[in-house]
Design a protein around this ligand. Structure first.
Ligand code: UT7
Length: 332
C-alpha cells in the first residue's frame, strides 16, 4: 500500500484591525522608529482591542475562513490542535473553545505549548494523526494574543510582539506532496532567558506577583538572539542535508518572524536569496505561534503544487525546528 501523506489543503488567517505603529510606541516609551526598524525590522503590529476577546476569537476567524475556502462543513473536522502560549484560560484548552465557536461538533481538540515553535510542533502532531490513517481532516491553528502578556512600559519587549492567528487544514493524500519531514528540538535549560515568572503552579498568582509585574513576558533579548540565530539556521540546514536538498531546490523559506536579522542569518546559511524568503515582520511583528501560518496565508496565491518549502522556527523553552513541505495545490 502507498504511504499516506498529510497535505495542507487550505489556509486561513486573521489579524486584528488596530495597528500599533512605531510612531505610537514613540509616545508610550523611550524609543524611536529608527531603533525598532534597524534592530528588528518591524514597522507596526496588530493588537486585538475590546473587552472579552481572547486568542480563541482570532482562531475562530482563521478556522472559519479555512472552512469556507475549502468548502466543507465544520462537522467534517476530526481534530483541532491549537498552538498558543496565550490561551483564553489556563484550562480548558483554547482548541476546545475555538471548536465550540466554529461548530466543530465531531472534533476532539487540545493545545500545544511550544512558544514560537508551537505551530511546527502542532503541525507535526497533526501530520502523524493523518499519516496513521485514523483521521481525515485535522485543523492546526497557531494563535497568540501577545498583547495580553506584554508589559507596555518595557521597551525591550513591547516593540516586538503583536497579535494574530493562522490555521491550516491537513488531509490525506497518496501523492508525493504534503508534510515530507520534520526536525524538532527542545532544551529546557534555556528557560531562564524567556519565560513568564508567575501564574503557573510554581508561583501562583498573588497580589505580590501582580505588583512585581510577573505575569508579563520576561526575555533576555541578546541571549535569546544568540541561540535563535544558531538554532534556526542549524536545524534548517540539517533538514536540507538529510533530504539531499540544496538552496536551488527550495522554492520558499518560511521563517518564524522574530527579528529580521535572525531571518537573514538563516537564509544565508541555506544559500537562499531574499526573493525566496517570506517576510512580513514589518507588518505584524512577532505573533509567536501565528507567524508561519500568517506567511503561508499571505503567499498562498504564489505557491505552486510541488514547491519545496521549509518552515523554520525558534522560541521559548528553548524550542526550535524545521519542517519540509511539498506544496499540494495551485490556487485557482
Ligand atoms: O520569538 C521568540 C524568540 N525571541 C527572539 O528571537 C528575540 C531575540 N532577540 C532580539 O530580537 C533582540 O535581542 C531584541 C530586538 C530583543 C533587542 O535587540 P538588541 O540589538 O539585542 O538590543 P540589546 O538588548 O542589546 O540593547 C541594546 C541597547 C540597550 O541600551 P544600552 O544598554 O546599550 O544603553 C537597550 O537598553 O538598546 C536599548 N534598547 C532600546 N532602545 C530604544 C532596548 N530596547 C530598546 C528600544 N528602543 N525599544
Amino acid at each position: 500500500m502507498e504511504k499516506i501523506n498529510a497535505a495542507i489543503t487550505a489556509v486561513g488567517a486573521y489579524v486584528p484591525e488596530f495597528r500599533l505603529t512605531n510612531k505610537i510606541l514613540e509616545t508610550m516609551i523611550d524609543t524611536t522608529d529608527e531603533w525598532i526598524k534597524t534592530r528588528t525590522g518591524i514597522d507596526e503590529r496588530r493588537i486585538l482591542k475590546g473587552e472579552g476577546l481572547g486568542s480563541s476569537d482570532m482562531g475562530f476567524e482563521a478556522v472559519n475562513e479555512l472552512l469556507k475556502k475549502r468548502g466543507i462543513s465544520p462537522e467534517e473536522i476530526d481534530c483541532i490542535i491549537c498552538a498558543t502560549v496565550t490561551p483564553d484560560m489556563v484550562f480548558p484548552a483554547t482548541a476546545n473553545i475555538i471548536g465550540d465557536k466554529s461548530g466543530l461538533k465531531n472534533a476532539f481538540g487540545f493545545d500545544v505549548s511550544a512558544a514560537c515553535s508551537g505551530f511546527l510542533y502542532a503541525l507535526t502532531v497533526g501530520t502523524s494523526f493523518i499519516e496513521c490513517g485514523r483521521y481525515k481532516k485535522v485543523i492546526v491553528v497557531g494563535v497568540d494574543k501577545m498583547s495580553a502578556i506584554v508589559d507596555y512600559t518595557d521597551r525591550t519587549t513591547c516593540v516586538i510582539f503583536g497579535d494574530g492567528a493562522g490555521a491550516v487544514l491537513l488531509e490525506p493524500t497518496q501523492e508525493k506532496v504534503g508534510i515530507m519531514d520534520s526536525l524538532l528540538k527542545s532544551d529546557g535549560s534555556g528557560r531562564p532567558f524567556l519565560h513568564m515568572k508567575a501564574g503557573g503552579s510554581l508561583k501562583p498568582a498573588s497580589t505580590e506577583t501582580v505588583a512585581a509585574k510577573e505575569h508579563y513576558i520576561y526575555q533576555e533579548g541578546q541571549s535569546v538572539f544568540k541561540f535563535a540565530v544558531k538554532g534556526m539556521a542549524d536545524v534548517s540546514y540539517e533538514l536540507m542535508q538529510r533530504n539531499n536538498l540544496t538552496g536551488d531546490d527550495i522554492s520558499w523559506l518560511v521563517p518564524h518572524q522574530a527579528n529580521l536579522r535572525i531571518i537573514d542569518a538563516t537564509a544565508n546559511r541555506m544559500s537562499l536569496p531574499k526573493e525566496k524568503v517570506m517576510i512580513n515582520i514589518h507588518k505584524y511583528g512577532n505573533t509567536t505561534a501565528a507567524t508561519i501560518p500568517l506567511c503561508l496565508w499571505e503567499w498562498e496565491s504564489k505557491l505552486k503544487k510541488g514547491d519545496n518549502i521549509i518552515l523554520a522556527a525558534f522560541g521559548g523553552g528553548f524550542t526550535w525546528g524545521a519542517t519540509l513541505v511539498k506544496w499540494a495545490y495551485d490556487t485557482k
